[in-house]
Design a protein around this ligand. Structure first.
Ligand SMILES: *Cc1c(COP(=O)(O)O)cnc(C)c1O
Length: 384
């Protein structure tokens, strides 16, 4: 039997999950900025309330995000941290053990090492590149493995295959935060993950104006996450959903430009003597270049440089930039630069940071969609 042709990524990003357009209906999804919906008399069926995640603007995105990631279901939450928290609480009970990569987002690190420990959930952090260590650290009550890839801010790319063989063999859930890649560049479910998490604040929305998170997985698991979201109060606001739908429409075209721009910038930076090192998985000099080439559909918009003159040189460079903006966060149309020593890794000493590959002088760049020539011109004048 001929299979029905699957629609392309951009078509799904624009139309996925919506009803057929009928005469006189708006082309743009209306914003349902209402907490209450008229209820049928004599039944609890169909009860709508935004905190339950069934506002119409949220429901449309649940379908569209699942189609983009290739999952059975998805859920939108108030932030990336809300997504990670509810996704993990749906998997873990007091007494359970979680195995996680030590290269994870600062907020996730705090959630695992402080909040979960105090709730009686044991957490072990491991070096994700030591593939034999994963198996060694599994305990009787281990329930899940958590990995973030590509990694912030080193742009390391983790090969999920060996980890997914282990989770399948041992009956564990493999949870992957693939915020840095977006579903355009990497769909972790195709590489053995069971659950995918995104900070939708980043590439999914892409315009620096929405805070949101998403979880993708099976329908029964997503229902468990929704139950957590309801009681922990982590549902997104209808207007955030509406803006996110608008941002999502250009996901594919934006990511193509992010990928192109970052590649050009990384190649340019790697020829400048002012930079001691350039971190970008699309460069053959990157330690995970082969894994990135084999598993990613694009090398992404995130890169980092190490200024030869250390912290002072980084500050001089950043303060002279005119097009690129010094600001935290990532994944939007504007190019943003930041120093991890003052943001995500501020709690560490310079020596501790240097030991994990973030020496003073390390500048992370979230490459936007501006014209690459202008970004290069901006860097050129800032290095003078
Ligand atoms: C930003 C980020 C988060 C947290 O997302 P918020 O939307 O800020 O709550 C989680 N993981 C990664 C990889 C991130 O970059």
């Amino acid at each position: 039997m001929p299979r029905r042709r699957r629609q392309g990524f951009s078509t799904v990003a624009v139309h996925g999950g919506r009803d057929a357009h009928e005469t006189d209906t708006p082309v743009v999804t209306p914003l349902y900025q209402s907490v209450n919906f008229v209820q049928e008399v004599g039944t609890e069926a169909g009860l709508r309330y935004p905190r339950y995640g069934n506002n119409p603007n949220a429901e449309l995105l649940h379908k569209r995000l699942a189609m983009l990631e290739g999952s059975e279901a998805s859920l939108l939450l108030a932030s990336g941290m809300g997504a990670t928290t509810c996704a993990m609480l749906a998997l873990l009970r007091p007494g359970d053990h979680l195995l996680a990569s030590e290269w994870i987002y600062g907020g996730t690190h705090r959630l695992f090492t402080r909040e979960f420990q105090s709730m009686g959930i044991q957490v072990t952090l491991v070096d994700p590149m030591e593939s034999r260590v994963w198996r060694k650290r599994i305990r009787k009550h281990t329930r899940a493995i958590f990995v973030e890839t590509p990694v912030n801010p080193s742009c390391r790319v983790i090969d999920l295959r060996p980890i997914s063989y282990l989770t399948q063999e041992m009956g564990l859930a493999l949870v992957v935060d693939s915020t840095f890649a977006s579903p355009v560049n990497f769909r972790a479910l195709e590489h053995g993950a069971d659950v995918v998490i995104h900070s939708a604040t980043k590439y999914l929305n892409g315009h620096h104006d929405v805070l949101a998170g998403a979880v993708m997985g099976t329908a029964s698991y997503i229902e468990e996450v929704r139950q957590k979201m309801m009681v922990w109060g982590q549902a997104p606001d209808p207007f955030a959903c509406w803006l996110l739908e608008r941002g999502l429409k250009t996901l594919d075209v934006r990511l193509r430009r992010h990928n192109e721009n970052a590649m050009r910038l990384a190649q340019w930076c790697s020829e400048r003597p002012e930079f001691a090192r350039v971190h970008y998985p699309g460069l053959p000099s990157h330690p995970d270049y082969e894994v990135a080439r084999a598993t990613l559909d694009g090398f992404g918009g995130m890169m980092a440089v190490e200024l030869d003159g250390g912290g002072d040189a980084a500050e001089r460079f950043i303060s002279r930039l005119r097009v690129m903006t010094h600001a935290p966060s990532l994944g939007g149309v504007d190019t943003l630069v930041s120093e991890p020593r003052f943001t995500s890794h501020a709690a560490m000493t310079p020596a501790e940071r240097a030991a994990i590959g973030i020496p003073d002088g390390f500048v992370r760049i979230s490459v936007g969609i501006e014209d690459a020539d202008d970004l290069i011109a901006d860097m050129t004048q800032a290095l003078k």
